[in-house]
Design a protein. Structure first.
Length: 537
């Protein structure tokens, strides 16, 4: 059989913080993407542009994702502490917009920002800054650890740093400065990027490589009028013939790299990615990058909800189409199994627990400042510390789970789905687990734009809730909440509906699905999903 093609990466990870040796161009921005450093960023925008973006979550908003011109950007290095802020650079012109899906926050909250330089920034040679608000990650370290893991197993991925952000003098707190995946970053990752012949496609909200779907992908880089490379990938993935699926796909996809990415997603608990889980809006949070010969690699994105206790994912099970077809094919499954083994071994040697401790220590005084001085912080000191500990627990327990799955799948049966150790817990979750239900969910109501659900927990554990609405492209998450309790008790989960949903409710009622999951200490997960109608406001 023809060997599966592996595109050689000319990248070398020379520091745990995630600095790549560059091939074709200088990397003036490397110092920004060092998680051991903290910067302070000052942004400005004219008041009328703030209004266009959305000053409050309750006002009707039409353009939160449109770049607004007339802004400025300046930045200062620090010695790692709030008392050690150095001089700021001269302001340079930028455009600013908000970012986020269910993590979207408006300017009276802890907003996240995209900052576009009017010209490539002369100091850092950047076109766009992505400043994540981390409202879904109270630990503030998930993405730093996740992208370090990807890069450490030779999956091309963004680097991360941290910045404390101000807009028009207002304190917006700690943000993750995650390297934007654009033509500048691609040239640094791969040595060059030819926008005339290559592409970067963004996969989100169910974008899948099915026949007739090429035009549904957003073209982030490359010529939008010529999608031949993506069409060839789709044709190969959905082809049939005497050759194995892996042999048919290898001319269009670097399965060595892709299986490493999928194995890493599973290992770190990236449930909201390509290989994470089977949900109506999946797959999500991934890029497809084509090299000059038209061979695709897959790049990760949106890893803020990794390393969570409730996301000890099975290493098999249904997910994205390519993942499913790979696991059904004996040749590709063998490659994937090797990837799981390699990912486990490599991540064990990365010292991620030390990175978690060191990063949390850097962030601690800034998190304290955010809690004391910003009116926009969403997580306090206690949640921050609990989030770090939960992440460290995940890091400590995951190697044994991967080893058990590898042991159970030493000799996969061709044409059958592998049976992983954690798959059994999935079945238990469907039945509510042994011993009867430990979760009783009461009425869900809405007041002041907040969903409130009363529930009774018969033991300690973690409970999460997600509200979604159906769209033409699947389910859209509109709000989430979670709570951890140490013993049996009643509680109320609350989640704030975004301004866009409140605006729709001013026009007509809206049907939503409210899904509740309970992860009892020492027991199997339980799931309860209900469809309710929110009344018109």
């Amino acid at each position: 059989m023809q060997a599966i093609r592996q595109v050689a990466l000319t990248l070398v990870l020379f520091a745990l913080g995630g600095c790549w040796a560059q091939v074709a161009m200088a990397d003036d921005a490397a110092e920004l993407f060092d998680p051991a450093k903290m910067y302070v960023i000052k942004l400005t925008l004219p008041p009328e542009k703030e209004t266009v973006l959305g000053k409050t979550k309750t006002q009707p908003v039409t353009h939160p994702f449109d770049y607004q011109s007339g802004g400025t950007f300046s930045i200062a290095k620090t010695d790692g502490t709030p008392d050690g802020v150095g001089p700021f650079t001269d302001p340079v012109p930028v455009k600013v917009r908000l970012k986020g899906n269910w993590s979207l926050r408006y300017l009276d909250e802890k907003a996240a920002f995209k900052v576009k330089f009017e010209d490539p920034d002369p100091q850092f040679n950047l076109r766009v800054l992505t400043l994540n608000n981390m409202v879904t990650d109270p630990s503030m370290i998930h993405e730093t650890l996740a992208y370090t893991a990807y890069r450490g197993v030779d999956v091309p991925a963004s680097r991360t740093g941290y910045a404390y952000v101000y807009l028009n003098g207002r304190d917006y707190g700690i943000h993750l400065n995650i390297e934007t995946v654009d033509e500048i970053a691609l040239a640094k990752l791969f040595g060059s990027f030819d926008e005339g012949t290559q592409h970067l496609y963004e996969g989100e909200d169910g974008d899948e490589v099915l026949p007739g779907t090429a035009e549904e992908f957003e073209v982030d880089e490359g010529v939008e009028e010529n999608l031949d490379d993506l069409e060839e990938l789709i044709e190969a993935v959905n082809s049939s013939g005497s050759q194995s699926w892996a042999e048919r796909v290898t001319a269009a996809a670097d399965l060595e790299e892709m299986t490493r990415m999928w194995a890493t997603e599973k290992y770190i608990g990236q449930w909201d990615g390509y290989a994470g889980a089977e949900e109506s809006w999946m797959p999500n949070n991934y890029y497809l990058y084509s090299d000059p010969s038209g061979v695709f690699q897959m790049l990760p994105w949106g890893n803020d909800e990794t390393w969570l206790a409730q996301h000890h994912l099975a290493f098999d099970g249904h997910a994205g189409l390519m993942f499913d077809l790979c696991l059904e094919d004996p040749t590709c499954f063998a490659v994937y199994r090797e990837a799981v083994a390699a990912v486990r071994k490599d991540i064990l040697g990365m010292g991620l627990d030390t990175l978690a401790i060191d990063t949390a220590a850097l962030l601690a005084p800034w998190q304290e400042m955010e809690e004391q001085e910003s009116t926009r912080e969403e997580w306090g000191r206690e949640e921050f510390e609990d989030g770090v500990e939960e992440t460290r627990d995940f890091i400590a327990t995951r190697p044994a789970e991967a080893a058990e799955w590898l042991r159970l799948n030493e000799t996969p049966t061709p044409g059958t789905a592998p049976t992983g150790a954690t798959s059994a817990s999935t079945e238990a979750a469907k039945s509510g687990g042994p011993g009867g239900s430990r979760l009783r969910v009461g009425r869900t109501s809405m007041a002041g734009g907040v969903l409130r659900t009363r529930m009774q927990l018969r033991t300690g554990g973690l409970v999460t809730q997600r509200a979604t609405v159906s769209t033409g492209r699947g389910a859209l998450v509109i709000c989430r909440d979670r709570a951890r309790v140490g013993q049996a008790r009643s509680l109320t989960l609350r989640c704030q509906l975004p301004a866009s949903i409140l605006e729709r409710l001013r026009q007509k009622p809206l049907g939503i699905t409210v899904a509740t999951r309970f992860f009892p200490a020492g027991g199997s997960p339980e799931n309860i999903a209900r469809w309710i109608t929110l009344p018109r406001l």
